[in-house]
Design a protein around this ligand. Sequence first.
Ligand SMILES: [Zn+2]
Length: 123
Amino acid sequence: MVGRYGVDELTRFILLLDCLLMVFSLLLRNSVMNFICIFLILLCYLRMFSKNYSQRFKENQMYLKYYDRFANKYASVKYAIQQHGIYHIYKCPSCKQKIRIPKGKGKISITCPKCNKQFIKHS
Ligand SMILES: [Zn+2]
């Protein structure tokens, strides 16, 4: 493996995808999926034994960029679901800043921490 690119996050992702496709192809007995699985394994080997570091690194960075977007979106949805039962999320009418207010406090005056605009809401 000296002088070869090796395993990175994109290769691991392709291998995971390949394992999932193998299970589905075994269940469905689909020959097209078998060819896709073989292609993905060959792609992994080509990436691992490649000597073109810069191109493999560039591909991995592109994958990580999309992965981070997905992970951030998933984390924000998960956080919103956790906070839903405890807090109301209001947007400031002037600057659209999200403000978290605890539920069950009745009618309250809210001051935006960003622009100091005051508005009244039920919590
Ligand atoms: Zn504001």
